[in-house]
Design a protein around this ligand. Structure first.
Ligand code: IMP
Length: 173
């Protein structure tokens, strides 16, 4: 049986989401913002974050990436499974991730989104996991920073399980 240790509880998640939403609302005041959630893991975070933004015009879209080659992961092994539908040319874009680990997924997605010619691209993640970072990614907004460990819950999965847990746990197999 895996062992679960709570990392951040429900109330603290909501406090952190409110804090980040307030900063984003201030930074994008008077501007239109396109939130792009990275499926599947960011679905709960994006839902909570979006509802707390105090901005007049917010559009929402999703991307999905999958990485192939379990042993060596590089940005080239990441394949886009679902692209955005909204035209982001000339728009301010905020990519919303569940967790940034090596950063290779985000590097690939940012590169892809940059091809559409947006005015700006920034990154917001629920969790910034720093130890294994390989890509030089600027994380502009993060609710929580951890060094390492495998986390599940609040959108994060292990073999597609545990995404529905209302708080985030460290999982030890
Ligand atoms: P990266 O390309 O290494 O930054 O990986 C990012 C993706 O790997 C995330 O969007 C998650 O889907 C997955 N991932 C990385 N660390 C964890 C974790 O601790 N728990 C669950 N999924 C994770």
């Amino acid at each position: 049986m895996p062992e679960f240790t709570s990392v951040i509880n429900k109330d603290e998640i909501q406090r952190q989401v409110s804090r980040v939403a307030a900063t984003i609302s201030k930074d994008y005041q008077g501007r239109e913002l396109v939130l792009i959630g990275v499926l599947k893991g960011a679905f709960l975070f994006l839902a909570d974050l979006a509802r707390q933004l105090k901005l007049e015009k917010v559009k929402i879209d999703f991307l999905q990436a999958s990485s192939y080659g379990a042993d060596i992961v590089s940005s080239e092994t990441i394949v886009l499974k679902k692209d955005i539908d909204i035209d982001i040319h000339g728009k301010d874009v905020l990519v919303v991730e569940d967790i940034v680990d090596t950063g290779l997924t985000l590097a690939h997605l940012i590169n892809h989104l940059a091809g559409f010619g947006p005015k700006s691209i920034k990154v917001c993640t629920m969790i910034d996991k720093s130890e294994r970072r390989q890509a030089a990614i600027d994380v502009d907004y993060a609710c929580l920073t951890v060094e390492k460990g495998f986390l599940v819950g609040y959108g994060l999965d292990y073999a597609e399980n545990y995404r529905n847990l209302p708080e985030i746990y460290h999982m030890k197999l």
